[in-house]
Design a protein around this ligand. Structure first.
Ligand code: PRT
Ligand code: MG
Length: 214
């Protein structure tokens, strides 16, 4: 039997992927929230899950350390997608990539006046492309998390971050001024694995495809 390794992150991606895996007849034997194991076996002897940081999923799949993975579009855009086949939008872990500013900051007029904006974000590629398309000059400041803090302490004028309920922005006196794009997670497949392990991978792909909610 062909061995299959699937990379995913714990938290919302694992939670939303579990029903899709179940539809493919794959059930994890440990709960990644409860267990410290990074390799989870499943009810299928030839299928295992590896639990990695969300932003590391494409790297594991690119190098073939995992055959399949589940990653957000946000993460895939930053990674670039080299060596990855991206056949399915799973429509899970949905949110929106937004520009947000502190309450009281007039973003529209700053843009109109051609001000140079300082933008804090984890998503440099996406932010760079967005502001270049708009013709807005920006200085990008790379952060690894808690972007919402940056404008509050004078590190940046605005942030580019993911928003789902909007409560994190609200709690930090920020509001969204622009949607960059809707985000959801995709199934990614190592291109070589897809050729060499097609017989084992295709049924998983089909089951995922049939189980996707719109
Ligand atoms: O947490 P860690 O640093 O390990 O990595 P991560 O934040 O990239 O991973 P994780 O598991 O939090 O997110 C995995 C994927 O879920 C992301 O790559 C997105 O594709 C997707 N996703 C969906 C989200 C959100 N919704 C989301 N709301 N990822 C992050 N958030 C954060 C957002 O950055 C902000 O800080 O939640 C906060 C806003 O939430 P609301 O509900 O207050 O608007
Ligand atoms: Mg997170």
């Amino acid at each position: 039997m062909t061995d299959i390794t699937i990379a995913l992150s714990k938290g919302r991606i694992f939670d939303d992927t579990a029903p899709l895996l179940a539809a493919a007849g794959i059930i994890a034997q440990d709960d990644p929230e409860a267990s410290r194991k990074l390799i989870l076996s499943t009810n299928r002897a030839n299928v295992r899950l590896v639990i990695v940081r969300a932003s590391d999923v494409p790297t594991y799949v690119q190098y073939g350390a995992a055959d399949l993975g589940i990653a957000g579009k946000d993460v895939l855009l930053e990674h670039g997608g080299d060596g990855l086949y991206q056949p399915l939008d799973l429509n899970i872990a949905r949110c929106r990539m937004m520009v947000a500013v502190p309450d009281g900051f007039d973003y529209e007029s700053a843009v109109r006046q051609g001000a140079r904006l300082r933008i804090a974000t984890k998503y440099l590629q996406t932010a760079r492309e967005h502001f270049a398309d708009k013709g807005v000059h920006v200085d990008l400041i790379k952060l690894y998390g808690s972007m919402e803090l940056a404008p509050l302490v004078g590190l940046a004028d605005a942030i580019v971050d993911l928003v789902s309920t909007g409560s994190t922005l609200k709690a930090n006196y920020l509001h969204a001024v622009e949607e960059i794009m809707p985000i959801s997670s995709r199934l990614i497949i190592n291109q070589a694995a897809l050729k060499l392990k097609r017989k084992a991978i295709q049924p998983i792909l089909n089951a995922f495809s049939n189980a996707i909610k719109n």
